[in-house]
Write a new protein. Structure first.
Length: 209
């Protein structure tokens, strides 16, 4: 099998156009971690580092002499996150980043299991003992189902413009948004990309009315 690369094999999931589309998202495996508060915090950065460290520990297992059943060559998937607001945040007429609630995640290949997560946690702990949130990472299978998504180009602060386009798409196609929670998939590395060049997939669940 050729190396699985999400940028090539999963363009519909990760590289949509900037025009909204309807898409049915199947069940997939993820490493996830939950948190709350400002995403500019050290706690948030540690959560991201934990997810990436564990994902790469799985990816590099064959180089350690361990090849899990069903293993194949692949590119590590991008960071994703479900975003919501806590009770106080929902009462405000402006966005307070301190009131954000999130579940960050990185998709895993189908051969990954809870046992492999345990292996990855032990492996990363031996190298990075100061990563205290490793034990908070879970293995989950998540099925998002029917969604509307679009590629947002530019700063995270300008996302409402793309959400407005997505909402208009829903009106025109007899779709109802199911919840305030939305997903973001970070195609660009914010540490190396200027805000105006950022690419972020925005997605929320819908049902046909």
């Amino acid at each position: 099998m050729n190396k699985f690369e999400w940028r090539k094999q999963c363009k519909d999931l990760y590289l949509p156009k900037n025009k909204p589309v309807k898409i049915d998202i199947p069940a997939m495996c993820y490493f996830t971690i939950e948190g709350s508060g400002n995403p500019n915090s050290e706690k948030f950065n540690e959560a991201i580092e934990s997810l990436y460290s564990l994902s790469y520990a799985i990816r590099m297992m064959p180089k350690k002499g361990i090849t899990p059943e069903g293993y194949y060559e692949y590119t590590v998937f991008p960071l994703e996150g479900f975003w919501d607001l806590d009770k106080e945040g929902r009462t405000l007429d402006y966005l307070s980043k301190d009131n954000l609630v999130y579940k960050l995640m990185i998709r895993q290949p189908e051969f990954v299991t809870n046992e492999l997560l345990d292996y990855a946690v032990k492996s990363v702990k031996s190298k990075k003992p100061n990563l205290l949130c490793l034990d908070k990472v879970k293995f989950e299978i998540i099925e998002e189902g029917l969604c509307v998504q679009a590629m947002h180009l530019g700063s995270y602060d300008d996302e409402p413009q793309t959400f407005n386009l997505m909402q208009q798409f829903c009106v025109e196609n007899n779709l109802n948004r199911l919840e305030k929670t939305h997903k973001e998939i970070y195609i660009s590395d914010a540490r190396k990309t200027t805000p105006d060049k950022l690419k972020t997939v925005l997605r929320f669940k819908v049902k046909q009315s």
